[in-house]
Design a protein around this ligand. Structure first.
Ligand code: ZN
Length: 259
């Protein structure tokens, strides 16, 4: 009898442990020493995703130590976030490459994808789908965005067009859309042009959010200043984005090859 009770207690314990184990673990990198508007966004994003973690059942850990971008640490996490910054050393870059090439997940915001002729990290440009930073509007402004794929898990709760809060929008050359592996999910509507005052975006294809289907990755350009999380519509998408990456195993690459 005592043995049966022990087994029952053990079973109850393991059920509890199962119910409480996170669906996936997220490690979010940020920096306190970068542009003020980017630090502000990062701190708001941390608060936002800490809240989302509670109701979506994942674990969320922020760190401003980019040396945590190493193979040993990353082994415990299914998603890495770059909240407005990027690796600073060859070792950090190498650890990230290895992680992503072996099925890791990535969600990058705003300047996380910034690269130009001085970056000298060809793997990263290919990973992004080929886009190199070409220009931006200034000051930060709201913009109407168009949903490219309304059926996608990240965009399915969005209306066909919506007003995204004030942001500094980046344009890329070439456009990542030219890469056949890239699926663009949100695009800056052409009705926004000309956009800006000091720095003006006058036209061109401006993908705002996309995935390179060869990886478990998603990039979104939002991430400048303290207005980003003021839209319930967009916030829902931000939450859907992390859940989508977390719940996608290695299926993205396979799915894209089947098409
Ligand atoms: Zn910015």
């Amino acid at each position: 009898m005592r043995r049966v009770l022990q087994l029952a207690a053990l079973a109850a314990l393991s059920i509890t442990a199962f119910a409480q184990s996170p669906k996936f673990r997220v490690l979010a990198f940020y920096s306190d020493t970068v542009e003020h508007d980017h630090v502000e966004f990062a701190h708001q994003a941390i608060r936002f995703y800490e809240g989302a973690a509670k109701h979506d059942g994942f674990e969320f850990t922020p760190t401003n130590d980019w040396n945590d971008l190493n193979q040993k640490k990353l082994a415990d996490y299914q998603i890495v976030l770059w909240l407005d910054d990027f690796p600073h050393t060859p070792q950090q870059r190498a650890a990230f490459e290895q992680y992503m090439e072996n099925g890791g997940g990535w969600l990058g915001f705003h300047i996380a994808a910034y690269n130009d002729k001085n970056t000298q990290w060809p793997w990263f440009v290919r990973f992004l789908g080929g886009g190199v930073f070409y220009g931006n509007n200034w000051p930060p402004l709201p913009a109407t965005l168009t949903v490219d794929h309304p059926e996608h898990p990240v965009t399915r709760h969005l209306p066909a067009n919506f007003l995204s809060p004030a942001n500094e929008w980046y344009i890329w050359k070439p456009s990542p859309r030219e890469n056949k592996d890239v699926k663009v999910l949100l695009t800056l509507a052409s009705s926004n042009y000309p956009l800006g005052m000091k720095d003006i975006l006058r036209g061109g294809d401006l993908p705002v959010m996309w995935t390179n289907t060869r990886y478990r990755m998603l990039y979104m350009n939002m991430g400048h200043g303290d207005k980003i999380f003021t839209s319930d519509i967009q916030n829902r998408m931000m939450e859907d984005a992390i859940v989508w990456i977390g719940q996608t195993k290695n299926a993205i690459r396979n799915a894209s090859l089947e098409k």
